[in-house]
Design a binder for this molecule. Structure first.
Ligand code: NAD
Length: 499
């Protein structure tokens, strides 16, 4: 192990090993080997990162809007020019295929472009002569040091959902990326330095619960933006709130796609395959439950199976459709659900457990898997499996499908496939899910709308990016001003009124 390269923390504009002795493995999932090791921060390392961010804050908040905007534009240009380099890092540590990695970066880049528009989102409001001779106005100011904690499945995009907006708004940041694929975060921090960001404005610490808890408890950290699984999101929300921080905690998902009998079944089958198996199902907006109306279910399942037979699973650098899962442990856990499916009476239409693979035999492989007639009481339906397993649940019609979706504790994304505008409109109004697609299977909003689910998929009240993202990273101050006018002198203890 000793000859392996270490992924270091990034504090105050430089790589550092920190004080902690602990490290963790970073796998190349397509080869099934430990490719490098990542440092695990102790609380003292988090303190050092927060101190660096706190020291950088007074100067950073004084940097003019014009200069902050120029740095964001330079960052945008560098990221666009060097996205292949980042995609290669994503593929090597996460396993997703290169084309998918490029897609992840493109969606992150959108948020950087939004951050370039920060003057429009940091403006206040002004009411002249609110009372005679009195003006009232609001200004929007940064919070200070903000914390970001991100998951393994989008090692570039999820940090990019938050830090460009936080930084553009005048905050300084400590980012704790997933320890499973930590290199992208450091690569992005270096790139921002190249773009002209002063040292200490963006810091990266690696690690596990120890690092996370240190951030949640640090009195200097003003807010926490979290993305990950539901149990951890709930813990983050409760702990950070108890410590007086502003929190947005995005959790797990079980996303349903309802297919009505009048839908274009070829379009629906394409969409189900793309949204079910892209990134090996390791997407928070993946479709994992296909809700098919009984009258078209056989035909739809056949069309999906036909498309699945053409998918190539393998090394993400070899032009395959789908890569490996993140770890062997996760691969085994996902595969374990297939035994549960059979025991619960579902039918295994396509079994991915022994896939033909274009890649190393030791990779963490599981091929695309299709399970039909999954009972709604089965763990295969209820749990977020987070792998290439598409479950089909059959329903009698729209009402039963809607009730199933609304009965799920999750509410991240959902989609309806239909040619009936009235049904789609009803669905849009009635479904209790935060992001809805109409003939669009993965309805991730564009950067200038905000991203976030409902129910157990989101804890907090201010979503990620878009207008809500800017609101999260700023605090509003209201100012009531009167310039000296002798006619308003005199003592009056009554509560101020406007006239
Ligand atoms: P995870 O919850 O295991 O980890 C997320 C982050 O929390 C990581 O940085 C990790 O180090 C940290 N963490 C893990 N256990 C912790 C603990 N006990 N205490 C404190 N911190 C801890 O999630 P993951 O496996 O990395 O990512 C996959 C999950 O993220 C899925 O559930 C997926 O749906 C979800 N996700 C949600 C969204 C969304 O927008 N809602 C987006 C992407 C991923």
């Amino acid at each position: 192990m000793s000859e392996l390269e270490f992924v270091e923390h990034w504090i105050d504009g430089a790589a550092t090993s920190g004080a902690g002795e602990r490290t963790g493995p970073v796998y190349d999932p397509a080869r099934g080997v430990v490719a490098r090791r990542v440092r695990f921060a102790e609380a003292s390392d988090v303190d050092a990162a927060v101190d660096a961010a706190a020291r950088a804050f007074p100067a950073w908040r004084e940097v003019s809007i014009a200069k902050r905007q120029q740095i964001m534009f330079r960052f945008r240009e560098l990221l666009a020019a060097r996205s292949d380099e980042l995609a290669a890092i994503l593929t090597s540590e996460h396993g997703k295929v290169l084309g998918d990695a490029a897609g992840e970066i493109a969606r992150g880049l959108e948020v950087v472009e939004l951050a370039c528009a920060m003057p429009a989102y940091t403006k206040g409001e002004y009411s002249e002569n609110a009372s005679t001779g009195i003006d009232v106005y609001t200004v929007r100011q940064p919070l200070g040091v903000v914390g970001i904690i991100s998951p393994f499945n989008f090692p570039a995009m999820v940090p990019l959902w938050f830090f460009p907006i936080a930084i553009a708004s005048g905050n300084t940041v400590v980012l704790k990326p997933s320890e499973k694929d930590p290199s992208a975060a450091v690569w992005l921090a270096r790139l921002l330095q190249e773009a002209g960001l002063p040292d200490g404005v963006l810091n990266v610490v690696h690690g596990d619960k120890v690092a996370v808890d240190a951030l949640l408890e640090h009195p200097e950290v003003r807010s926490i933006s979290f993305v990950g699984s539901t149990p951890i999101a709930r813990y983050i929300y409760e702990t950070a709130s108890r410590n007086g921080k502003r929190v947005q905690a995005l959790g797990g998902a079980k996303n349903h796609m309802l297919v009505l009998p009048d839908a274009d079944l070829d379009l629906a089958a394409d969409a189900a395959v793309n949204a079910g198996f892209g990134s090996a199902g390791e997407r928070c907006m993946a479709i994992s439950a296909l809700v098919a109306v009984e009258s078209i279910a056989d035909e739809l399942v056949a069309k999906i199976a036909e498309r699945m037979a053409r998918l190539r699973t393998g090394d993400g650098t070899r032009g395959c459709d789908m890569g490996p899962l993140i770890t062997r442990e996760h691969r085994d856990k996902v595969a374990g659900y297939l035994d549960v499916a059979v025991a619960d009476g579902a039918s295994l239409v396509v079994d991915g457990r022994d896939p033909d693979v274009d890649g190393d035999a030791d990779g963490f492989w599981l091929g695309p898997t299709l399970v039909d007639r999954v009972p709604s009481g089965s763990a295969v339906y209820r749990d977020e499996i987070f792998g290439p397993v598409l479950s089909v649940v059959r329903v009698a019609g729209y009402e039963e499908g809607l009730a199933l979706i609304n009965g799920s504790p999750y509410g991240n994304g959902t989609a309806i496939f239909t040619n009936d505008g009235g049904a789609a409109r009803r669905f849009q109004r009635e479904v209790t899910v935060g992001m809805v697609g109409i003939n669009v299977p993965i309805p991730v909003p564009v950067a200038y709308h905000s991203f976030g689910g409902w129910k157990d998929s989101f804890f907090g009240d201010t979503k990620a990016y878009g207008p809500q993202g800017f609101a999260f990273f700023q605090q509003e101050k209201a100012i009531t001003s009167r310039w000296l006018d002798p006619s308003h002198g005199g003592v009056d203890l009554g509560f101020p009124r406007h006239d």
